[in-house]
Design a protein around this ligand. Sequence first.
Ligand code: ZN
Length: 189
Amino acid sequence: MIGKDARVPDTDQADHQPLELNLPRVQEANQSYASVSNRPVLSPRPAKRLCILTCMDARLDLFRALGLSPGDAHILRNAGGRASTDAIRSLVLSAHHLGTREFGVIHHTKCGLYQVSNQAIWDGVTDATGADASHIDFLPFDDLGASVRQDVDEIVGCGLLPADGVVWGATFDVDEGALTVVVPPTPLA
Ligand SMILES: [Zn+2]
């Protein structure tokens, strides 16, 4: 399920070890997080009026990489950072209910959806479970820049976002940590 040029194994030794549950550890970490008394009161409306659609990849820490703080932006994440129907749902709510006007699409190098096929993903699911997932388009892509442009076009074309908004697209290099704009800010009107 990983592209030819992105030879990060999707299964490794750890996948065959008994599951070590994270919940006790995250509960412990949360106790110290929740014990901080001077927590800032933040508005649910993103302070920078920014909404970013990006991948769920575990290596991406966009708050740090883009100099954002909690309260600044919505970060919508799914596999690939694709402008799926559900991503559009969140973008529309972000804009119309919570005031965002700048929409960014960020796809990244070494993405698990790069140069794979729906068929290979469907086969993997069937091999693992016996179930048929072929009703799901996993939205794989063969060209990183093209996938960004396609999703920007999808967002512009949905017709559901405010005319005074802008959308841009960029790629993120997971090795270098560098953002490269491939679609400059484009008015939604
Ligand atoms: Zn990815």
